[in-house]
Design a protein around this ligand. Structure first.
Ligand SMILES: COc1ccc([C@H]2[C@H](O)[C@H](O)[C@H](C)N2C)cc1
Length: 448
């Protein structure tokens, strides 16, 4: 290994209570909301094909035009209690809100940048009421913060000369001040979700990123921060030059999921996902494939089955309301979560051989293993192969506790048959298992 001053300082996952809480939540709601929602992916009658929150970078959008949009930002229909209530109904246990995206517009009245909500017709802080409402609904809040800041005069993508370096230093002070300001204003938040850390000016100062992470932990112990914040002294990101994860969880899974358990290297991780192919902020015209509730549920279940968290993104309109497609998703996902949430919360990798019908999820620290069936075989037979020295002691439908009688088809291998093969939502079976030889003799199914 290479001697590193600013690489990973911890080998393996965090084991403290704050991280265990993050791990138990499993399902989050991402919210991308800002002045870009006013444009909604269009300008002068033309449609922007990129991600709506990036419209300022579009050649058809003059910077000075975009930079005046905040004068129209007036979310008169913003209702934080309603936002929190629908997130709770969906089954989300945490929420990540864009405090400031790459455009630099702050949703809170920051002392360190005039380009903030106080300068808009709305005037009032948006973050405080949101965080309070979500916390009251039992939902933890994490703050998205973009290091890239297109509005700040000292932001430099790279440092080419002494003047750049001086600006870069001023910018680092600005970032530190804003983050400390957010922690001071919103003490109940549980962590930061950093973004916009790929530019040379950031990744070539690994020491600063390391000091910043330690500074934030010192003023708010227990903060959960993923692998996007840091770089090591050689400019490596996410994984240091010795291949060790920096930060508290792997945060690179953006609009993609790992396929198998080996892909996550034993690290905590989180995937963030858009409903359309690639829109985070509000876009009036969604193009391409829009994911259904069942497709999203499969991503959520697959993430948990591979020991990760899954965060679904929403892009509220400029007036503070959610588009109908997003409201319908929250309702439909929530209906399934209401019945089957036990298989998700505190879920983790089960250690069973993957089968075609779907995914296994173990309730952390227990012998309870859930089977979440997405692909009903025409045979009607759901194959279950027990891991070595693990015995089946009970099988039932999660939804109504109806017991199932497995058919033994080999050494510790079974077929399970559902009462009926028809379902237009995923079906969950609860397996009770035991690793004690003794139970083998008892009521397990081999005797039958
Ligand atoms: C260049 O590819 C990018 C850059 C930034 C992103 C940003 C999106 O604007 C959104 O905030 C997402 C979470 N983030 C990674 C996405 C893709």
């Amino acid at each position: 290994t290479i001697a590193l001053q600013h690489g990973a300082h911890r080998i393996g996952n965090r084991t403290d209570a704050d991280m265990a809480r993050w791990r138990s939540l499993r399902f989050g709601q991402f919210i991308h909301w800002g002045v870009y929602a006013i444009a909604g992916g269009e300008w002068n009658g033309k449609v922007y094909n990129g991600a709506a929150e990036w419209i300022r970078s579009w050649k058809e959008m003059p910077h000075e035009e975009y930079d005046k949009l905040y004068r129209q930002f007036n979310p008169v229909n913003f209702n934080p209690q309603q936002w929190a209530s629908q997130a709770k109904d969906m089954g989300a246990k945490y929420m990540i809100i864009t405090t400031k995206h790459h455009d630099g517009f702050c949703l809170w009245p920051s002392k360190y940048s005039k380009y903030n909500i106080a300068a808009s017709p709305w005037k009032k802080d948006l973050l405080g009421p949101m965080i309070d409402a979500y916390n009251k609904a039992g939902i933890d809040v994490y703050l998205y913060f973009s290091i890239i800041d297109w509005n700040h005069p000292d932001y430099r993508p790279s440092l080419k000369n002494a003047a750049d370096s001086a600006a870069g230093k001023r910018f680092q002070v600005f970032v530190k001040n804003q983050l400390a300001e957010l922690l001071q204003r919103y003490p109940t938040i549980k962590g930061f979700w950093f973004d916009g850390t790929w530019d040379a000016s950031w990744k070539n100062d690994g020491a600063f990123t390391d000091e910043l992470e330690q500074y934030l932990q010192s003023i708010h112990p227990g903060l959960v921060m993923g692998s996007r914040l840091r770089a090591d002294e050689k400019g490596a990101r996410h994984f240091d030059s010795n291949g060790r994860l920096m930060g508290d969880y792997e945060q690179g899974w953006e609009r993609k999921l790992p396929e198998k358990i080996e892909d996550v290297h034993g690290n905590d991780w989180e995937a963030v996902m858009t409903v359309p192919e690639n829109q985070w902020g509000y876009h009036a015209k969604w193009m391409g494939h829009v994911k259904s509730a069942n497709e999203i549920l499969e991503m959520l279940v697959k993430s948990v089955s591979l020991n990760g968290n899954f965060v679904l993104n929403f892009g509220p309109k400029a007036d503070g309301t959610f588009r109908k497609e997003e409201q319908d998703l929250m309702t439909n996902i929530g209906a399934w979560m209401k019945v089957n949430g036990d298989a998700i919360y505190n879920g983790t990798y089960a250690g069973f051989e993957k089968q075609d019908w779907g995914y296994y999820i173990r309730k952390t620290g227990t012998d309870s293993v859930y089977m979440v069936v997405f692909n009903m075989p025409v045979s009607g037979n759901l194959r279950v192969k027990m891991p070595a020295r693990t015995y089946l002691t009970g099988v039932s439908m999660l939804q109504n506790n109806v017991p199932l009688t497995p058919e033994l088809i080999g050494r510790e291998e079974y077929f399970l048959r559902l009462p009926n093969k028809q379902s237009d939502v995923p079906v969950v079976i609860l397996l009770k298992t035991s690793t004690k030889e003794g139970n083998k003799e008892g009521g397990n199914f081999e005797k039958a």
